[in-house]
Design a protein around this ligand. Structure first.
Ligand code: NAP
Length: 456
C-alpha cells in the first residue's frame, strides 16, 4: 500500500489514542472528541486514495447517505435518546464489518490462507451477533421490544448449543475455507445468537450490554483490519474493543453485575419484578420550606439523575448552586456512574451548563461527606439513591453501590409524582422520616426554589 496512505493512517491512529486520552477527564473530553473525529476524517480521506478503488460513485453515495443520517441523528436526537443512538451506531458499524467480511469471502473465499480465514471468522461472528444484538438493544431502549427479560426454559443450554455449532462451523471453515456452507451456517447462527443473547436481558442491564456490544463491534473492526491488511482498522478496532471492555467492567462494578455473567450471557436470571418493599407515607414539602433549609445550610449536595436530563434542568440547577454559593453555602454535586441513561450522562449535562468540575464528586468521594451534609437534594434520581441496594439482600439491585443520601441530615427529593426508576423498583428512601418530597417537574421546581431562596 502507498506509503502516503500508511502515513495518514498512522496520523489517524495517533489522533485516536489522544482522543481516547482526552475522554478520560471531563475537562478535556470535548477536545478528545474533536481529535477522534479528526482521526476518523483522516482515516476516511486516506482510504479514498487506496489504489484498488476503481470507481468512486458508490463511495460518494455511501458517504452522502451515511453523512446525512449521522448529521441528522446528532442534531435532532435528544441527549436522553443517546443510548438508542449508540445502539444503532453499533448495529450499523458491526453490519459494515460483517458485509466487508462477506464480500471478502465471496471474492477470495476458497483461496484464503488459514490465518486470514480465522480473522474473517471472528469478523463475521462478532459483526453479525453485534448487529442483531444491538438492534434488539435499540428496540428495548426505544420501547418497541419488551424491556423485561424475554426467556424460555432451557434458553441458556440452547444458547450454549448454538454457540458450539457456530464455533464448530468456524473451525471447519478454518480447516477448509472453500466450504461455503460452513461460512453461511456460522453467519446465520451468529445473527440468531445476537438476538438470543440480548432478549433475556432486562432493560435495567442494558448499559452493560451496550458497552459489551461496543467492545464486540470494535473487535469485529479489528478482525476486518486483519482480513484487509488495514492497520488503522486494526488499531482503532482494538482501541474500541478494549476500551469498550474496560467500560463494561466498570459498569458491571457500578451496577453490581459480575463480569462472568456478562461474558457468558447469563443475564436475565435476576428478576426485575421486585416486591414493593417500602411502607409508610411520603412527606410532601413546599418550595418555601426547602428554600429556607437550603439558604441556611452549611453544605448542600445535589444528586442529579435521569429526571434532571428529561427536565433539562441543568442550567437552572447551576443558577441555584451559584445563588447558594453566593450566600456562603458549600455546594457539591454527587455523581453516580450510572445515573441517567448513559455513562457520563450527568457530567455531560453539568458541563454543558458550565458547572465547574471542581464541585463534581464521584460516588466514592461524596459518600463519606454525606453525614456532614445539611441537605441532600435528589434531582430526578431514583435507583442510584435506593437504600434497598445496600440494606435489603433480597432486592434485585442488592449490592449495587449507591449515593447514600439517606445519611445526610435532611433529604429533599425532586420528582413529578410516584413514578419508579429505570429498574421499576420501589424506593424506601422516599418513605424515610429524613426525606421530604418536592413534587413537580425538576426544572420548574429548581427555578421556583431559586426564586424562593432569593426571597429568604
Ligand atoms: P431513574 O432510577 O431512572 O429515576 C428517574 C426518576 O426521575 C424517576 O423516578 C422519575 O420519577 C423522575 N423524573 C422523570 N422525569 C422527571 C422530571 N421531568 N422532573 C423530575 N423528575 C423526573 O434514574 P437514576 O437514579 O438516574 O438511575 C439511572 C437508572 O438507569 C439506573 O437503574 C441505571 O442502571 C439505568 N441505566 C443507566 C444507564 C447509564 O449508562 N447511565 C443506561 C441505561 C440505564 P417521576 O416519574 O415520579 O417524576
Amino acid at each position: 500500500m502507498n506509503i502516503y496512505i500508511e502515513i495518514i493512517y498512522l496520523a489517524a491512529s495517533i489522533l485516536f489514542v489522544f482522543g481516547l486520552k482526552g475522554l478520560t477527564h471531563p475537562d478535556s473530553a470535548r477536545r478528545g472528541m474533536l481529535l477522534a473525529a479528526a482521526g476518523m476524517t483522516a482515516a476516511i480521506v486516506g482510504t479514498l486514495f487506496h489504489p484498488e478503488i476503481v470507481r468512486y460513485h458508490w463511495i460518494w453515495i455511501g458517504l452522502l447517505i451515511g453523512g446525512v443520517i449521522g448529521a441528522a441523528m446528532s442534531i435532532w436526537m435528544p441527549m436522553t435518546s443517546m443510548p438508542e443512538r449508540t445502539a444503532l451506531s453499533h448495529a450499523f458499524g458491526a453490519l459494515a464489518a460483517a458485509l466487508v467480511g462477506i464480500a471478502e469471502y465471496e471474492n477470495y473465499g476458497g483461496s484464503m490462507g488459514k490465518l486470514k480465514v480465522g480473522a474473517l471468522g471472528f469478523e463475521i461472528m462478532l459483526g453479525c451477533l453485534t448487529f442483531t444484538g444491538s438492534l434488539i438493544a435499540f428496540g428495548k431502549l426505544y420501547g418497541v421490544v419488551k424491556g423485561t427479560p424475554i426467556t424460555f426454559k432451557g434458553l441458556n443450554i440452547f444458547n450454549m448449543g448454538l454457540l458450539a455449532v457456530m464455533i464448530g462451523s468456524f473451525i471447519y471453515l478454518a480447516y477448509d475455507p472453500s466450504v461455503a456452507v460452513a461460512f453461511y451456517t456460522m453467519m446465520t447462527l451468529a445473527l440468531c445468537f445476537g438476538v438470543l443473547l440480548v432478549i433475556p436481558i432486562g432493560a435495567a442491564d442494558m448499559p452493560v450490554v451496550m458497552s459489551l456490544l461496543n467492545s464486540y463491534s470494535g473487535l469485529a473492526a479489528a478482525a476486518t483490519g486483519f482480513v484487509l491488511g488495514n492497520n488503522v482498522l486494526i488499531i482503532a478496532g482494538t482501541l474500541d474493543g478494549f476500551s469498550g471492555f474496560i467500560l463494561s467492567v466498570l459498569m458491571c462494578r457500578a451496577m453490581n453485575r459480575s463480569i462472568n455473567n456478562v461474558l457468558f450471557g447469563a443475564f436475565g436470571s435476576v428478576s426485575h419484578t421486585a416486591a414493593d418493599t417500602a411502607i409508610g407515607n411520603m412527606r410532601e414539602v413546599t418550595l418555601e420550606d426547602v428554600a429556607v433549609q437550603l439558604a441556611y445550610a452549611k453544605q448542600v449536595v445535589f444528586v442529579p439523575g435521569y429526571g434532571m436530563a428529561t427536565a433539562q434542568a441543568q442550567h437552572a440547577v447551576r443558577d441555584l448552586a451559584n445563588l447558594l454559593e453566593a450566600r456562603g453555602v458549600s455546594v457539591k454535586f454527587g455523581i453516580h456512574p450510572v445515573a441517567g441513561r448513559m455513562p457520563g450522562h450527568m457530567n455531560v449535562l453539568l458541563a454543558e451548563a458550565n458547572v465547574p468540575y471542581s464541585v463534581l464528586y464521584e460516588m466514592d468521594q461524596i459518600n463519606p461527606d454525606l453525614p456532614r451534609t445539611d441537605v441532600a437534594v435528589v434531582i430526578g434520581a431514583n435507583d442510584v439513591v435506593n437504600p434497598d441496594a445496600r440494606d435489603n439482600p433480597g432486592s434485585p439491585i442488592a449490592g449495587m453501590p449507591i449515593i447514600e443520601v439517606d445519611r445526610a441530615k435532611s433529604v429533599v427529593v425532586l420528582k413529578r409524582g410516584t413514578g419508579k426508576g429505570f429498574s421499576g423498583l420501589e424506593n424506601p428512601l422516599f418513605f424515610k422520616p429524613v426525606t421530604g418530597m418536592l413534587y413537580g417537574d425538576a426544572k420548574s421546581s429548581i427555578t421556583g426554589l431559586a426564586q424562593a431562596v432569593r426571597e429568604v
